[in-house]
Design a protein around this ligand. Structure first.
Ligand SMILES: NC(=O)C1=CN([C@@H]2O[C@H](COP(=O)(O)OP(=O)(O)OC[C@H]3O[C@@H](n4cnc5c(N)ncnc54)[C@H](OP(=O)(O)O)[C@@H]3O)[C@@H](O)[C@H]2O)C=CC1
Ligand SMILES: O=C(O)C1=N[C@H](C(=O)O)C[C@H](O)C1
Length: 245
């Protein structure tokens, strides 16, 4: 049995993670912690799952790692600098690992993977992510990561910037520039989490779309991370590293 704690346990995703851990024969839910609960309640857990808020996730990861607990993190808001800080923390605490994934949905991981594969064949690419209006960060962690993967594939293939003759625009009209890729964020009641990667070439367009229909869809990926994190040395970024893609 792996002893598991959950941070953000009363949140939209945390509730689903608690249910999934409780339903798994090989996992034991030893702590369900939310805002204002003491982190000490997590002592005794081997792995802690974090679905909280971008403003607090760094402190949570630091607390886990310095207590020898492996964090499995779904919370977003990650930058290269923040990831480097986690790497340094893990180097100072050998034997403790961390998994951070912007999206634990298997179909979402495939969407990112297919976009990365397709990127080298198209001169244009833009990303549209669409989420529920209670989301704290924009653009989404998934969109940021997709943009980075697509940008890397374009660089490797020697493709320059997407063509764009815009010379006059309202602020924000062309979205955020993430690694040279335009990312547009929609916030709309009724949505959960969705993304389209639009790839354009000479006379044809490929659209790769992913839709999250409920939040229990994240839990198979989370449980995979919980089961594997102890054997993944240091920091692992992205669930794709645990899949046979
Ligand atoms: N990687 C993935 O697959 C996915 C990632 N996410 C990300 O996960 C995060 C959470 O999303 P979601 O569940 O929708 O958000 P919610 O706001 O529904 O849940 C977050 C929970 O964490 C609580 N919380 C806030 N601060 C702390 C703290 N310091 N310690 C413990 N608990 C705390 C919140 O309490 P309170 O409400 O009182 O502030 C809330 O109950 C977001 O960053 C989101 O983008 C979401 C879906 C999938
Ligand atoms: O806040 C959410 O809801 C989601 N957050 C993650 C992200 O920012 O990419 C994953 C998914 O999009 C749901």
């Amino acid at each position: 049995m792996i002893k598991v704690g959950v941070l953000g346990a009363r949140g939209r995703v945390g509730v689903e993670v608690c249910k999934a851990v409780e339903a798994a024969d090989d996992l034991e839910l030893v702590a369900a912690v939310d805002k204002d609960d003491p982190l000490d309640a997590l002592i005794g857990a081997e792995v802690v799952v974090d679905f909280t808020h971008p403003d607090v996730v760094m402190d949570n990861v630091e607390w886990c790692v310095t207590h020898g607990i492996h964090p499995v993190v779904g919370t977003t808001g990650w930058t290269a600098e923040r990831l480097d800080a986690v790497r340094a923390l893990l180097a100072a605490n050998p034997g403790t690992n961390a998994l951070i994934a912007p999206n634990f949905g298997i179909a979402a991981v495939l969407m990112m993977h297919f976009a990365q594969q397709a990127a080298k064949y198209f001169e244009s690419v833009e990303i549209v992510e669409l989420h529920h209006p209670n989301k704290a960060d924009a653009p989404s962690g998934t969109a940021r990561r997709t943009a980075e993967l697509v940008a890397e594939a374009r660089r490797k293939a020697g493709i320059g910037p997407s063509p764009d003759a815009t010379s006059s625009e309202l602020d924000g009209a062309r979205g955020a520039d993430v690694d040279g890729v335009h990312v547009h964020a929609v916030r709309l009641a009724g949505l959960i989490a969705h993304q389209e990667v639009l790839l354009g070439g000479d006379g044809e367009i490929l659209t790769i779309r992913h839709d999250t229909m409920n939040r229990s869809s994240f839990t198979p990926g989370v449980l995979l991370g919980v089961r594997r994190v102890r054997e993944l040395p240091g920091l692992t970024v992205g669930l794709e590293n645990l899949l046979d893609l």
